[in-house]
Design a binder for this molecule. Sequence first.
Ligand SMILES: *Cc1c(COP(=O)(O)O)cnc(C)c1O
Length: 421
Amino acid sequence: MDHFLYRDGQLMAEDVAVTDIAAAVGTPFYAYSSATLLRHFKLFDDALAGTDHLVCFAMKSCSNIAVLKLLGDAGAGMDVVSGGEYLRAKAAGVSGDKIVFSGIGKTRDEMRIALEGGIRQFNVESEPEMQVLSDVAVSLGMVAPITVRVNPDVDAKTHAKISTGKKEDKFGIPISRAREVYATAAKLPGLKVIGIDVHIGSQLTELEPFRLAYRKVAELTETLRADGHEITRLDLGGGLGIPYARDNNAPPLPLEYGALIKEEVGHLGCEIEIEPGRLISGNAGILVADVIYVKEGEGRKFLILDAAMNDLIRPAMYEAHHDIIPVQEPAPGEDQTEYDIVGPVCESGDTFAKGRNMPTLKAGELVAFRSAGAYGAVMSSEYNSRPLIPEVLVHGDQFAVIRRRPTFDEMINRDTIPEWL
Ligand SMILES: *Cc1c(COP(=O)(O)O)cnc(C)c1O
């Protein structure tokens, strides 16, 4: 469920007409619903009620500091994957003891930033990283709390580019080597082992892969405890999928996912962390674009938008589907036209949808991409020298620009011409 619905023939974002936002900020732009963001966070928080837990928002899915502040104030922790994300979380007022640092390539600088600013734990992904983290912590006179990310060799049955828990994926250490790796970690002076981390992929639409992975984590918890490690925290990752197409079967709900977690690891007495990203932010955002031209091709019609692959890369990168709807509600039984929906960028990959049936549209009309809140704005670029587009946060009948559109000069003046030219 989300808060982007038609009312009186107009697409609304909560109680704001999308056309009003477009008039104020121009197109294209992203708009997020605070009610949807909070609702989705609360679904996870409630699903783990009765356990000692922290829901850490995977902020790589949507990292505007206004979004982070909204979720942080509601009690969310943050899962960060870079020094930049760590500093964004801090800038949003999230305290270090609610920030978890994931990722396979943390640099010394990033480790130092997080240790100095305060950190809940590092999720360490390799032995060389362990050694470096221990060195950095010792150099600061500190001890870094860690979990080790294990790779359970489970097929998440999702798109290959977002599967992370099979043995051929680059993430974590093979679960078969875990005892040896934990023994090494326990000997390092700058580390304190506190738990186990697992994350098997993104956009999972079934619970079974989670069950298999968490069962392996539960077994490993007992084994490591028998080896003398204090395992008090389990970070179970993110990855629960969302319905991208209205008419598809909906993926499992957070409540069912929470029940599964309690079944598989509830008996261990560990503190539970989860790191959902997409399910919190995905359906909380839309991308609004203007139809620039309707072009007649040979046997097909192109809807050419002012948004492009640089603004939303998911269709080009993952063959992802987004429902695209007119901002003016179509009348019941209105004519449909089959369109290829494309952006202006000079790449054939700049195609959002092929052969999509849509109510007939004219130049100057607005469309909205649904489910664009996750891995949308955060993955955007300035390819073709198209400035990053604005982000807007809606709250009831109010909205605010939370990242403004830069001017062309601001974009161009980041480049410099050397003196000798
Ligand atoms: C990307 C990622 C997540 C979030 O995945 P979603 O599919 O957005 O829920 C969580 N944890 C880690 C370590 C990640 O890399």
